[in-house]
Design a protein around this ligand. Sequence first.
Ligand SMILES: [Fe+2]
Length: 387
Amino acid sequence: MQARSPSSAGPGRDTPGPTMADTPTMNIPTVDLLDLASGEPARLERAAAALREAFGVFGLVFVKNHGVDAPALERFYDAFSAFVARPDAQKRPLGRADLWYQRGWTPPNTEVAVASNGQPDFKECYFAAPTPTDAQSAMEFPELYPENIWPDDAPPFFQEGLLTMGTALHEAGLKLLRGAALALNLPEDTFTAACEKAPHVTRALQYLPLGPTQVNTGILWGEEHTDFNLLTLLPGGRFLDPAGRPAPKPDDQSGLYLRTRATPDAPNGQMVRGTAPAGCIVAQVGQQLEILTGGTFLATPHVITAPGVPGWQRQSAAHFMHVHTSQVLFPLPGFRTPEAVANYAPPVLAGTYDIKTLVDIGLAPPAALDKLGYRHYDRLNRMRATS
Ligand SMILES: [Fe+2]
């Protein structure tokens, strides 16, 4: 599922820019998944402490011993690159508006948040679910649980690479969610139980090249936003030079930046680099985890800045873990302070939350909001019309 939500508190497009280039990563903690798996109290507490600070202050954590196969990720990016290079006419049948783009190809200029202000959309994407579709959930929310779709003649390792990466990220995410529960002194399965059989989805992204007249004009590859799901896993991306070859970043200004939470000293937060240490991946807090924890863990505003040189592309990927569509989103009992209740009331079904967000960002049609359990409303009208 698409995991962008327009940021209500974000700056204009021109705010992020080269001034962020030298911003350090500050002291974003790293969590070791082997600590979480060790069962040793001291190691568990070390991991829990890292998660408390990382998710509470920064909204993200660096993760080591995550299980994502780096060479396989490179192979997948090669396959994805080959797919993106195909003519639009070949990709168009995989751009499924009827599935709210939750599977297959997301063409450029599809998302409102990115296309706003008349700016072109500088990315195209591919969605697939690495976990099996739950039949009952699919009956209730068909557009959130479609079967995967694939190109007939997909490049080698396209399907396998995306699913393998998604599965590894999902497993890492489940471990982190158990750790997050421990960090908050909650039963270990608090979050993993809430996301069982949920509409988790893995996305490959390719940020497209800017032309010579577009660079350094404030155009962003990914506008600042917070993710609307529970937890997002980012395995790391790579740049492609103007010839389409993998290459080191072309300058210091391009890449992922995130905004820390507000403090009295920095009421707008601080923009810091989100680049993970070598060998680590990134996990980010989404809005659903923020709601469940009453804001103790805060969804991270983040932005993808484009390079200051034309012709470069960037490939990346994300796995979006969700709360199950039938779960209620509201602060858990221990987090229901008057402030949290005021901030997150009224309780809302996660599936409804998903649909509203997908409408807001232009992937689902506005009419989807008229059908939230009210399909029977027009029955009387139909009966009267035929009498
Ligand atoms: Fe995001």
